[in-house]
Design a protein around this ligand. Sequence first.
Ligand code: NAD
Length: 390
Amino acid sequence: MKHNNIDSKPIKLGIVGLGRAFMLMLPTFLKDERIHLVGAAERNNQQLADFLEQFPESTIGSIDALCADENIDAIYVATPHEMHCDQVIKILSADKHVLVEKPITINAVEAKTIADAVLKSKGSVIVGPSHSYDLPIIETAKILRSGKYGPIGMINAQYYTDFVYRPRRPEELDTTLGGGAIFNQGAHHADILLALIDAKALSVSACVGNFDPNRPCDGAYSALVEFDNNCFANMTYSGYGHYDGDQDMAWISELGVPKNPDAYGVARKNLQHKNEDIERIEKSNKGYQKGYTLPQATYNEHFGRIIISCQKADLRPTATGIHIYADDKHEFISLPQLEVPRSTVIDELYQLVHYGKSPIHSAERALNTISICEAIHQSSKDKKRIELSY
Ligand SMILES: NC(=O)c1ccc[n+]([C@@H]2O[C@H](COP(=O)([O-])OP(=O)(O)OC[C@H]3O[C@@H](n4cnc5c(N)ncnc54)[C@H](O)[C@@H]3O)[C@@H](O)[C@H]2O)c1
């Protein structure tokens, strides 16, 4: 597909981890002509063989092989997050750019290690995709920055999903390994708040819910975050598959696909009577497989209901545009679906690789994000407000 933003050669991209996250990015990589896939590292040999068949010129094997390949400009790290720190440091040591999946790491200490490593490398780090790359969030942030509606005071962000009952690797539900809703989903929420508020988070007061004894994990949270520009925000999430937050979004799913409201409780039902091994296989089957395609998005992606209160208006991004409830009138600014899904991630990567432009979703920014997630966990555990230090 043509992209009017291409004025230099494509980015030659290597991949580490051909799992679910890679599958979600594959439509972008295939449609965006600024990307050529030229290498992959993965533990599953069948997936590697399939990759080589689809992209025959590729370097295949280990992360070291990708780092040593002079043809590769940047590497997308889509492995479980407990591996991100070591892998990103290795790639930075080879002076290559990294696009690493959210969350950057499983704690702030590791994120700081990466942020420091960026300063010593010719490569840099972009963290994404997260839902702060969604077009309605980017466009809302532009309106907020314009100052037209005065300073932002408060954000209320909430999303109800079936996160807890989707097929998982055991680590994905273990908070100490960055599992559960706080690190997996709170990373989206926190990053959206940072994108909209454009200030550092100062403190977090939070509670975390672990509601299903048959599926023990941190599956829900509610956090009050204060920022250094007098803004405050609530981020609330439940992954327990009862109320569906997509109802608030006109039955458009998180991935921008129309959703059938009658398919109530499907994730919980599908998971019943499955042991850990079967669940692991089901999770793995959601990764890269020859011929497997995702349902096509027909709207922008989203992360549930978000209402931003400014001095002179409330703003509400949706999957199709932005509601503005101003002093004198309510208007809706309609937004097109991105021609290439998630191309906003490639915009940032392209600017970094070809023009050396510092990324917005930098390691430094991700340190803020992960610090908020860590503080949610800590605040709930210690039953007190956590002051953030970076
Ligand atoms: N942004 C999003 O929409 C999104 C969606 C899903 C997952 N994620 C993120 O992506 C990351 C991966 O999650 P996932 O759901 O894709 O997991 P996954 O288990 O589906 O995929 C991980 C892949 O990494 C491979 N792998 C493990 N160790 C490896 C190694 N040392 N070298 C090479 N490959 C290795 C595994 O074999 C597997 O194929 C996580 O950080 C998660 O938070 C992001």
